[in-house]
Write a protein that binds this ligand. Structure first.
Ligand code: CP
Ligand code: NVA
Length: 308
């Protein structure tokens, strides 16, 4: 069973193959008239369940469109409307869904939910974000960096802000793709030790630099994310804004990075909080390519999982 649960638990060669496949599929797709199906229809006759226990725009639409472009069909399921949200166990849900569908993508809260789904499903399971990681996003981010700047290995990536789930997948990717990762943020919002330990074990220890102006010096890529994630209590909003205000990505900060540095954000963004509109809409920003590449990266991930 080939699940796609996290970047650090996926074989390095498979990760490279996914990025290369995604880029090839993107090139083929974008050279065709809009609105036409892909040349090959690897998912013809297949059904994919997309389960959301949290809101989503990009993940929901890109998975749905990606499956359809490859000839498959989707079923979008809201956790709260399933028996799953009313006491049925994850294991039983996984067993039942596996009798109906060929692939399950789940966006959930606890990592344990994802792991249990994967353990009991007899079809592949894809992680569409948990409180701890967001691997599909970072596959799209690596793809986006490489299409603009070539191999990411050896490059300097700087994350400014909350050491959250998206950061953790960046730390996993640093280990697997071999880039240098710097975290800048306040100590209470440091990343989970496990992702830092993983990057260090892989020979790419994450640099922690509290001063954002120093952190971004020499950066090839500057990244941030929302200051309050979906799993964070709204009551923490004011405190987090106070803690993170100094870590906003603005033009003055981007000016400290390399002149050709790129800016990325997984979106949704909170303009003028974690990033200014001037940077989001400025020449360094590749956020719309990044969002588009969710589609191509996930199509390649689904092919990988189904061996197609
Ligand atoms: N980046 C991302 O996962 O966006 P959504 O929450 O809209 O899916
Ligand atoms: N860190 C954010 C990412 C959203 C795509 C969250 O978990 O809400």
């Amino acid at each position: 069973m080939t699940h796609f649960l996290d970047i650090h638990t996926t074989d390095k060669a498979a990760l490279r193959s996914i990025i290369d496949t995604a880029q090839a599929m993107k090139t083929a797709r974008n050279s065709r008239p809009k609105g036409t199906p892909d040349d090959d229809q690897p998912l013809a006759g297949r059904m994919v369940a997309l389960i959301f226990e949290k809101p989503s725009t990009r993940t929901r639409v890109s998975f749905d469109v990606g499956v359809r472009q490859m000839g498959g069909q989707t079923m979008i399921l809201s956790g709260s409307e399933m028996q799953l949200g009313h006491g049925e166990t994850i294991a039983d849900t996984a067993r039942v869904l596996s009798r109906y569908v060929d692939l399950i993508m789940i966006r959930t809260f606890e990592e344990a939910t994802l792991q249990e789904m994967a353990e009991y499903a007899s079809v592949p399971v894809i992680n569409g974000l948990t409180n701890r990681t967001h691997p599909c996003q970072i596959m799209a981010d690596v793809m986006t960096f490489e299409e603009h700047r070539g191999p990411i290995a050896g490059k300097k990536v700087v994350w400014s802000g909350d050491g959250n789930n998206v950061f953790a997948s960046f730390a996993h990717a640093a280990g697997q793709f071999g880039f240098d990762l710097t975290f800048t943020g306040p100590p209470p919002l440091d990343p989970e030790p496990a992702c830092l330990d993983y990057a260090a074990k892989m020979g790419h220890p994450v640099t922690i630099e509290r001063d954002p102006a120093k952190a971004v010096i020499g950066a090839d890529l500057v990244v941030t994310d929302t200051w309050v994630s979906m799993h964070d209590p709204q009551s923490a909003k004011e405190r987090r804004h106070n803690q993170l205000r100094g870590y906003q990505i603005n033009q003055a900060l981007m000016d400290q990075a390399r002149p050709d540095a790129l800016f990325m954000h997984c979106l949704p963004a909170h303009r003028e909080d974690e990033v200014t509109s001037a940077v989001m809409d400025g020449p360094a920003s590749v956020i719309w390519d990044e969002a588009e590449n969710r589609l191509h990266a996930q199509k390649a991930i689904m092919r990988h999982c189904l061996g197609l």
